[in-house]
Design a protein. Sequence first.
Length: 273
Amino acid sequence: MRGDPSWVAAAWTHPLAQVVGVDAEGRLNTSASRIVMLAPTGSYDPQVHHLIGTLGEAPVFATLIEAGDSGLRTVMDSLPDADLQLALTAVGLIGWHRVAGFCPNCGSVTNPSAGGLARRCPSCGLEDYPRSDAAVIVAITDSADRLLLARQPTWPPRRYSVLAGFAEVGESLEQVVHREVGEEVGLELTGIRYLGSQPWPFPRSLMVAFAASALGTELHPAAGEIEDAGWFSRAELLTALESGVVQLPASASISRRMIQAWLAGDLSAESVG
Ligand SMILES: [Zn+2]
């Protein structure tokens, strides 16, 4: 239906229609751990009102607002799943429209199309869609089933996580896993297996999670990229968490789910995905 501009315009005036506001920094408004959605005001403007979809009968739009009160990273742990899914889509879509105003083919100003899920160039006809940058995130264990955790210098103090990195052009995801882990800590891997994935709109990633076994345990952290890296047994990690020496990523992140799954002794697609 989103291909029919008159249907989308009518959806804006639907009595159950709702609007999610996202600001230029990707912040939304939340109240009592729910996303605040408001009834549409004013007339439908396809330049700024982007149809996400329908929740039951209710059309839901996203639009750019002056200022939201909550960054997605800070509220993601407290949002119910349905709200988090909506927030990930709204933040990703609004973030994309902010930077996709010009045709990547000919440079002309583009216009939203398909109810706001795409943009179309009036000069060359190119249809442009929001892209996701593929990134891998990998939980590496050694022969004693210890988990490798590392921290980047730009992270909050004491934050540790599993390794991650972006796919470069022409690479398979498995190649990214080998290259990134080789670059970041100098380990060779075997037994790479898929665990699950998560959209991560900061600004537009799709995190693809893997488990892998390390051939060896010697670590060579890349200067400037990895500030510290080490192997943790379950008991060592629990002690480090209790004392506050190590802090983990947000609960709703796939990195955290991977670490929790390993702590529970079940690093599998069923427990992570
Ligand atoms: Zn063009």
